[in-house]
Design a protein around this ligand. Structure first.
Ligand code: ATP
Ligand code: MG
Length: 400
């Protein structure tokens, strides 16, 4: 997890994004308006409850970051004063889910939002950012993109979907029966019969001239930047303020929950939230899932202790504190200090179990001579080393 945040933050710096911190608790109405009250998130997944204030305001734990960022952007008057902004945020999100691999009730997102950029080059730049993140982390990411049109052309696509839904009524699930009226684009999101959705109309066949040009330019610029992607016409966002480019990013080795990043354009959102008509685009990284993918790809090796310290006896126990501190502070080493209450044999087993490279063992005799017994747990060798040379000995590169 930390490596993902670290690399993502470093990229944010190079891409000139500024951090924004948003509250974890907001009024429910913010999410109803922004996330949208016909989405699964708001319909079924929010942790919402009434506050004990006089008005008994209904508040909710944030299920995603975008609404809070948009609210902060408008509250600060940036939509009128200085509309072009590039923000990133990170933190926990909360959704009522059935917990399983890659799906938790509290999970971590790292997200970005760009305001004031309607041009296709911005969409393409975000896709290069995602490519760069994959390269930084050493993991293969598959980018899928689509265009869902805008207020000009989407109504026709929506009508076609409703038509298709009615024709296939008998094969649609109960959720989809409700979706037809409330949010027909979400018919394509149906997880129950994904094959059926393949026969549905494609948004790409309904794009107006301007949306078609925008999408073509995104594809051209993204390809020119050397970023690979595929077009997936089944990829949709259900809400009116989502426009044009939508994208999702998959990683391997995750099974069913393999989407690690999702995002897209929301040119109508700032205005729908009471601000000026400012375009926007963003995405959110599902950090927990990305971490699972990194483990599956074995690109992150957890750091294990350079040494486990095993003091024998009372005097050694006191000295072990000082020694551990020196090794951590001066040697920048990872040191785990083991309990002196157990037998040396058990402690050596423990040192092996935590993956320590060395065990540093000492008792009264060693203390008197200012030495320790240094056991190389991988090689199985042991030598006596003066304390003054211990940092050097522990920092030696391991023989391959
Ligand atoms: P899904 O279809 O998998 O439920 P979603 O459409 O609800 O995803 P988004 O709201 O687009 O997801 O969130 C962006 C990313 O956040 C997802 O692609 C995923 O990586 C991650 N994510 C979403 N919900 C969870 C969760 N409950 N636990 C862990 N990660 C999550
Ligand atoms: Mg979900």
């Amino acid at each position: 997890m930390s490596i993902i945040e670290e690399r993502a933050r470093a990229l944010m710096d190079r891409y000139a994004f500024k951090e924004i911190r948003i509250p974890a608790l907001e009024r429910l109405s913010l999410f109803q308006r922004s996330t949208g009250d016909t989405t699964d998130i708001v319909e079924k997944q929010m942790y919402a409850f009434s506050d004990r204030d006089e008005a008994e305001t209904t508040v909710a734990l944030r299920p995603e970051g975008t609404p809070g960022v948009v609210r902060a952007y408008i509250d600060a008057g940036l939509d009128r004063r200085d509309p072009e902004q590039r923000f990133f945020y990170s933190g926990p999100m909360f959704r009522r889910e059935r917990p399983q691999k890659g799906r938790y009730r509290q999970f971590f997102q790292f997200g970005i939002e760009v305001f004031g950029r309607a041009d296709a080059a911005c969409d393409a730049e975000l896709l290069t950012l995602i490519r760069d993140l994959g390269v930084e982390l050493g993991i293969l990411l598959h980018i899928q993109i689509n265009s869902i049109g805008d207020s000009e052309c989407r109504p026709k696509f929506r009508d076609a979907l409703i038509q298709w839904g009615r024709t296939n009524w008998a094969r649609l699930c109960e959720d989809c029966h409700n979706r037809i009226e409330r949010n027909p684009l979400r018919l394509l999101d149906c997880k129950i019969d994904a094959d059926l959705a393949k026969s549905a109309p494609s948004s790409l066949d309904y794009l107006c001239e301007a949306c078609r040009t925008h999408f073509d330019t995104v594809k051209r610029l993204t390809s020119a930047a050397g970023v690979e992607f595929t077009v997936n016409p089944g990829l949709v966002r259900g809400l009116d303020y989502y426009t044009r480019t939508a994208f999702e990013v998959m990683a391997e080795g995750l099974g069913a929950q393999n989407t690690v990043i999702a995002g897209g354009r929301y040119d109508g959102l700032v205005e729908a939230m009471g601000g000026a008509a400012i375009p926007g685009i963003g995405f959110a990284i599902g950090v927990d899932r990305l971490a699972l993918a990194l483990h599956a790809a074995e690109v992150v090796k957890e750091r294990t202790p350079d040494a486990a310290i095993i003091p024998i006896g009372e005097a050694a126990r006191a000295q072990a504190m000082v020694l551990a501190h020196d090794l951590r502070a001066m040697g920048q080493l990872q040191i785990e200090l083991l309990s002196s209450d157990r037998k040396v044999k058990a402690l050596l087993q423990r040192a092996g179990k935590i993956g320590a490279r060395f065990a540093v063992i000492f008792g009264d005799d060693e203390l008197a001579k200012r030495v320790v017994q240094l056991k190389d747990l991988k090689a199985g060798t042991q030598e006596e080393v003066p304390i003054s040379r211990l940092i050097g000995a522990l920092s030696r590169p391991a023989k391959a």
